[in-house]
Design a protein around this ligand. Structure first.
Ligand SMILES: Cc1cc2nc3c(=O)[nH]c(=O)nc-3n(C[C@H](O)[C@H](O)[C@H](O)COP(=O)(O)O)c2cc1C
Length: 79
């Protein structure tokens, strides 16, 4: 999983450098974000393009400061 805050509607730019610098071949990647109000929108697809490797799945958006149960509900749903 790769988590990031949304900045100006997409993933915070420092995350671009991380995905560009790493090889995700053979890995499944699930993006997740926090934001004040924006959705995940195309932030995951844009990171997948920059990474240019890995099997990127549909991600999930949390509000800022999500509760433990919000997070657990989502991670449990992935099992
Ligand atoms: C530079 C900047 C741009 C932001 N742009 C958005 C935005 O476009 N949409 C939104 O819902 N939240 C936006 N936010 C709010 C952040 O997504 C929110 O603060 C973050 O998800 C909470 O995580 P943090 O505690 O790690 O900052 C922005 C925050 C910053 C600092």
């Amino acid at each position: 999983m790769i988590g990031y805050p949304i900045w100006w509607g997409i993933a915070a730019w420092p995350v671009d450098t991380f995905v560009e610098a790493n090889d995700f071949n053979g890995k499944t990647v699930i993006p997740f974000c926090t934001s004040s109000s924006s959705g995940l929108d195309e932030s995951g697809e844009l990171l997948a393009e920059k990474a240019n490797s890995g099997n990127w799945l549909e991600g999930h958006r949390f509000s800022s400061n999500p509760s433990d149960s919000d997070i657990n509900n989502w991670t449990d749903s992935l099992k």
